[in-house]
Design a protein around this ligand. Sequence first.
Ligand code: ATP
Ligand code: MG
Ligand code: MG
Ligand code: MG
Length: 574
Amino acid sequence: MRASRFFISTLKEAPSDAEIVSHKLMMRAGMIKRISSGIYTYMPMGLRVIRKVEGIVREEMNRSGAVELLMPVVQPAELWQETGRWQKYGAELMRVKDRHGRDFVIQPTSEEVITDIARTELRSYRKLPVNFYHIQTKFRDERRPRFGLMRGREFTMKDAYSFDRDLDGLKQSYQIMYDAYTRIFQRFGLQFRAVAADNGAIGGTGSHEFHVIAATGEDAIVYCPNSDYAANMEAAESLPLYPTRGAATQALTKTATPGKAKCEAVAELLQLPLTQTIKSIVLTVEKEATDKVPASKVVWLLMLRGDHELNEIKANKIPGLAGYRFATEQEIVEYFGTPPGYLGPVNTKKPVTVVADVTVANMHDFVSGANEVDFHYTGVNWGRDLPEPLVFDIRNVVEGDPSPDGKGALAILRGIEVGHVFQLGTAYSEAMKATFLDENGKPQLLQMGCYGIGITRILGAAIEQNFDDKGIVWPTSIAPFEVVLCPMGYDRSEAVKAETDKLYDTLLAAGVDVILDDRGERPGAMFADWELIGVPHRVVIGDRGLKDGQLEYQGRRDTEATTVPLADVAAFIK
Ligand code: ATP
Ligand code: MG
Ligand code: MG
Ligand code: MG
């Protein structure tokens, strides 16, 4: 590739909405361009990285024996109604109507479509086992799209679905995928960890998440340094070993006056024990109540993240809240400009975020400081009038807790979920009546597994692990280009041009992914661009060195350039 014929567009400053380093650097390096919240164009430079990620994933999936197909992005609602997910999936599911008024979804995942294929195509045990995969655009109307490609609304996923005749077969297919994922993340050159995950509502027999380790990761992962125990926080917390503990309350009371009576009242209203863990909570008031209406009129509305069914049931059962109903997610956003998941005084612009589960008791202690009866902060300038609200990360499992296997103390790291493997069992085949005939001609339910990799999220995760003050440092396997040739005076010096062209051809012939920067930029600007873009190897060709038959080589992590004889350059680029 010649840079003059490619598209390069770098920025000195990242746009102000970019919060974390990978988002900033991808914007500055011209890899992505935002068109709407959570929706990006993959610009030529970014697309090259995506294609390399896809390439590795495709190679390893094929090696594992999985078969590629391509399922549609737009899927009929009927299939989603069969499994009940049309209702259950909630606001993340993008629903659209066609010109005839028929309902469709823009797929967030493809269990329904693949199970429909399976029930018509996999009629005999002779067709099993089989694992289908595709690399396809997904749409999830995420509540908080953020961090660029890390949590987009439109993104690319590799999703695979295995079908087996029995549980043993499923376990084997699952292991094959687990091993393929391990190879994939090794080839990306990223530091990662597979952790046990909760199967959640779907049930089934086993699940692991693959996390790239990074301080900015949204998830906490728990592991024992002396053993193989590793789990995501949700799975670790679900063990009876770790009851809700004082740590949370302690953290909460830092800014809040404990309101014991109130928390008991809420528990009673909700008909929940004080220790009941509820996912995220939003405290809110009626629209007009924010500034003028006394706080005694304040209505406490609770919202359980991702569990709308439970939400509704509880709402009906709350006598004290008769006449009120739970606010919908959309209403909350419209009224208060913040999505549910926030907990705090809503009449301020800066609510307190609770990042993790809290209990009914803790929740109430927490908010009571700011929302005592007839006492309500208005127009507070946080940081001037009151200390900045703290963001708490409240966990039931803390660093140093005993590992469930008894082999030592637990450590906690932050991770980015880049892959997920899941034994679904017969949940979907039952709902959609997907059976095959066994040797005796008897119909049996298909045993199913599903396996996802966040292709576009990998870019963000890789950068969070590999950057410096100059820009991105791509691992070679997924870099947009492996080598950049930077000639000094390509258009002025015959010798430089000739040697550069020759080297370029040699590297191309050797299968090296090389870009020749023939844009005629000044050296400083040229180097800064490639350091920002993160190309792993740079070769500088100049008249002075050429006189002695030498070039300058610098690896992206090297602090200085090395002088290299022309003939040896290839050896440096590995
Ligand atoms: P998360 O917990 O981050 O919301 P998830 O558990 O909902 O992810 P899965 O349904 O397991 O995601 O999907 C498989 C993979 O797709 C995830 O492991 C992740 O790498 C990727 N992924 C999920 N949601 C997004 C998103 N909004 N943007 C980019 N990648 C995503
Ligand atoms: Mg999700
Ligand atoms: Mg997840
Ligand atoms: Mg997941």
